[in-house]
Design a protein around this ligand. Structure first.
Ligand SMILES: Nc1ncnc2c1ncn2[C@@H]1O[C@H](COP(=O)(O)OP(=O)(O)OP(=O)(O)O)[C@@H](O)[C@H]1O
Ligand SMILES: [Mg+2]
Length: 213
């Protein structure tokens, strides 16, 4: 099976792109990460993670251009990898490289913190993805699922015919607390809310990608 590429992108900074990239890499089986963001959040996170969880070691490489994605895929081929997750910088698609990476992706997830500013910024990414005909969807992130602003964001996206993940990634301090040493809330012992949300996100994503259900 060829490796499936999932890119995480939105024009807005601080919307949870790196956190979503890292958690997805932990949640999805046999995943590797690529970090296009010069801030290198995911790259440093993976370095901190190191060998803490041998069964969930996440290789991560820095990349600068679309050709690096192709090179990474060639290097990973035959290694049993199923998913390649690409963390990106906040960008209004100013560089052609991000557009090329979108076109090389099997799916692009657009994390949106439910606020008017974040929604406006996300629409520039969604418009670019629609124009390129790349499969994509929004996922409400760093959000309180029970607030009216989250419900409003969901309806606004629905009215604009934007695909949206059925699960909201709840705002919880466990995310920043675990990220400091290369973990995620999914690595914690016992059941927790992030585990339930990411398990649901995985099932939905696999359906979107036409794989296992
Ligand atoms: N679900 C969440 N609950 C609580 N805090 C979160 C959640 N997701 C992300 N955060 C925190 O919000 C901040 C921004 O998240 P993150 O770095 O993932 O966003 P980003 O979109 O990658 O930012 P940038 O645009 O700077 O790359 C971080 O401190 C992160 O730990
Ligand atoms: Mg980031």
């Amino acid at each position: 099976m060829p490796i499936k590429t999932i890119t995480i992108s939105t024009a807005k900074g601080g919307s949870g792109k790196s956190t979503l990239s890292q958690c997805l890499a932990v949640q999805l089986p046999h995943s590797a990460l690529l970090d296009l963001d010069p801030q290198l959040d995911s790259y440093h996170w993976a370095k901190l993670r190191g060998d803490k969880y041998p069964e969930k070691k996440i290789p991560c490489a820095k990349i600068r251009e679309a050709a690096d994605v192709q090179r990474a895929k060639q290097q990973l081929a035959g290694g049993g990898f199923e998913y390649l997750i690409i963390d990106t910088p906040p960008s209004h698609q100013g560089t052609g490289e991000l557009r090329k990476i979108f076109q090389m992706s099997d799916f692009v997830l657009v994390p949106i913190h439910p606020s008017p500013k974040d929604l406006r910024a996300a629409y520039t990414t969604i418009t670019a993805l629609k124009g390129l005909n790349v499969p994509h969807a929004a996922v409400l992130s760093v959000a309180n699922p029970r607030t009216s602003i989250t419900a409003d964001a969901r309806s606004l996206l629905g009215e604009s015919d934007v695909g949206i993940a059925p699960v909201v990634i709840t705002r919880l301090t466990a995310y920043p607390e675990t990220a400091v040493d290369g973990r995620t809330p999914l690595d914690l012992k016992g059941p927790n809310r992030p585990k339930a949300e990411f398990a649901e996100l995985q099932i939905w994503l696999e359906t979107k990608l036409g794989g296992k259900q």
